[in-house]
Design a protein around this ligand. Structure first.
Ligand SMILES: [Zn+2]
Length: 46
């Protein structure tokens, strides 16, 4: 199962189970939680 790293908290996220992600410039970034997703979007607004 593919795994990626949450860029906010460095936690490993399984992409198939991930419920929180954001697409930027055609790249999908996964997060462990809505809070991490919001922090990411706040740092780099779309
Ligand atoms: Zn996280």
């Amino acid at each position: 199962m593919p795994k990626v790293k949450d860029p906010i908290c460095q936690m490993t996220v399984e992409t198939e189970k991930a419920r929180f992600f954001a697409d930027r410039d055609g790249v999908r970034t996964y997060f462990c939680s809505a809070a991490c997703r919001e922090r990411f979007l706040a740092q780099r607004p779309p």
